[in-house]
Write a protein that binds this ligand. Structure first.
Ligand code: UDP
Length: 372
C-alpha cells in the first residue's frame, strides 16, 4: 500500500513525489511512456541532449523554485535569444532595439517608441480585445505582420483575432538592446539534461513505466490512499462533457554531419508559408560542447510542426480560449467531487504553465497536503 499514487513522471509528478517521500510518505509513480520526465524528457543523440518533446529553457523569478531545482541539477548559463527568420530576413527576439533597428532603421528608443505609437494610432486600438489587437498595441503593425501573425496562426491554428491576448504578453517588449527572451532573474539548462534532473528527484522512489493509468484505473486505485493525476483532465472523465482542445506538436529530427547548422538554439520561421514553426539545434543549449568540454562534430536539429490535437496524439498546449475555459470549468467541478484524486500540472489543470510555475504549484500542493 502507498500513501500516494502519482500518475505521470513529468515535473509536477516528480516534484510532488520527491517532496512526499522526503516527508516520509510511501509513493508510487507510474507513467504510460517508457521513460520518465514527461515533456521535459531529453535523450542523448550524438553526444547531444536532445529535447525530444520540444525545447525547454528553464527560467524563473521565484527564488524558492530556483533553490529547489538546483538541488537536483547544476544549471549552465544558457540564455534564450531566438532569431526570427521572415522569408530569409533575420530579426532579433524578443522585440527590442535590435529588432526595431532592423525593421525600421530607427536608432534611438524615442524613434522606436514613436514608430510603434504611430502604427498603433493608425490601427485605432485603445483597449486590446484579442491577440491581434494586443500585439499591434505593443509593437505596431509591421512587427505584427512579419514576426507575429504567421507564427502565431501556425502555432495555434486559429486567427489571431480569436486568440486570447495573454499569449503574446509572455514576450517582453524592450526599448533596450537586450536579446534575452525572458525577464527572469534565474535562467539556464540543467547540465546533463532534464532527464537526469528528474531522475535525481525520483531517486529512491518506485517508478513503473509503460503503465497506462486510465486503462488500469480500478486496480491501480486500490494501491494508494490518494492519487495525484497529471494527465489530461478531460481524458480522466472519458471526454464525457466533450473534449477540450489542445495543440499538438510533431518533430522531425535530423542528425547532420556538420558542426553548425543555424548558429543558434532556436530559429523561428515567422512567415505563414514555411510549414514548420521553428527549428531547434539542440547542441547550442550546451554551447556546442559535450560534458568534457569538447566540440561536437555533428549536430541534431528538430523541425517543429504544430497541429490540432485529436484523440491518440500527445497534447502539448491547452487552448485557453472562451469555449475551452468554460468547458474546463465544468470538468473542474467534476474533479472537485473526486475526493481521492488531485489534478495537477499543465494537462491536469488545463493551463499554459511554464516549468517554474508547475514546480511552484506542486510545491504549494505539498504544503497544503503534507504540512501536518
Ligand atoms: N510569438 C510570435 N513570434 C515569435 C515567437 C512567439 O508571435 O517569433 C508569439 C506567439 O503568439 C506564441 C507566443 O508568442 O504563441 C508564445 O511563444 P513562445 O515561443 O514563448 O511559446 P512556447 O512554445 O515556447 O511556449
Amino acid at each position: 500500500m502507498y500513501d500516494y499514487l502519482v500518475v505521470g513522471s513529468g515535473l509536477f509528478g516528480a516534484v510532488f513525489a520527491q517532496q512526499a517521500k522526503a516527508k516520509g510518505k510511501m509513493v508510487l509513480v507510474i507513467d504510460k511512456r517508457n521513460n520518465i520526465a514527461g515533456n521535459v524528457y531529453t535523450e542523448k543523440i550524438e553526444g547531444i541532449n536532445v529535447h525530444i518533446y520540444g525545447a525547454h529553457i528553464f527560467h524563473t523569478n521565484l527564488k524558492h523554485v530556483w533553490d529547489y531545482v538546483t538541488k537536483f541539477a547544476e544549471f549552465n548559463r544558457f540564455t534564450n535569444s531566438p532569431v526570427a527568420n521572415y522569408k530569409g530576413e533575420l530579426f532579433s527576439l524578443p522585440f527590442n532595439m535590435y529588432t526595431f533597428n532592423k525593421m525600421w532603421g530607427v536608432v534611438t528608443p524615442e524613434e522606436a517608441e514613436a514608430k510603434i505609437e504611430e502604427q498603433k494610432h493608425k490601427a485605432g486600438i485603445s483597449e486590446p480585445k484579442n491577440l491581434e489587437e494586443q500585439a499591434i498595441s505593443l509593437v505596431g503593425t509591421d512587427i505584427y505582420e512579419k514576426l507575429i501573425k504567421g507564427y502565431t496562426e501556425k502555432q495555434w491554428g486559429r486567427p489571431c483575432t480569436e486568440l486570447p491576448a495573454f499569449i503574446i504578453t509572455r514576450l517582453p517588449v524592450r526599448l533596450t538592446f537586450d536579446n534575452n527572451y525572458f525577464n527572469a532573474l534565474y535562467q539556464g539548462i540543467p547540465i546533463g539534461g532534464y532527464t537526469k534532473m528528474v531522475a535525481n528527484m525520483l531517486d529512491g522512489i518506485e517508478v513503473r513505466l509503460g503503465v497506462d493509468y486510465l486503462e488500469n484505473k480500478e486496480e491501480l486505485d486500490k494501491l494508494a490512499d490518494k492519487v495525484i493525476y497529471t494527465g489530461a483532465i478531460d481524458a480522466y472523465f472519458d471526454y464525457k462533457l466533450g473534449n477540450l482542445e489542445y495543440r499538438s506538436v510533431r518533430f522531425e529530427n535530423e542528425v547532420l554531419d556538420k558542426p553548425n547548422f543555424q548558429g543558434n538554439a532556436a530559429v523561428n520561421y515567422t512567415d505563414r508559408e514555411t510549414p514548420w514553426t521553428r527549428i531547434i539545434e539542440h547542441k547550442w543549449f550546451e554551447f556546442g560542447k559535450d560534458e568534457a568540454g569538447n566540440d561536437l562534430p555533428k549536430t541534431v536539429i528538430s523541425r517543429e510542426y504544430s497541429s490540432e490535437w485529436k484523440v491518440g496524439d500527445e497534447p502539448y498546449y491547452p487552448v485557453n480560449d472562451e469555449r475551452n475555459s468554460k468547458l474546463y470549468a465544468e470538468y473542474k467541478k467534476l474533479a472537485e467531487v473526486e475526493s481521492k484524486v488531485i489534478f495537477g500540472g499543465r494537462l491536469g489543470e488545463y493551463k499554459y504553465y511554464d516549468m517554474d510555475a508547475v514546480i511552484d504549484s506542486a510545491l504549494k500542493l505539498v504544503e497544503k497536503e503534507l504540512n501536518d
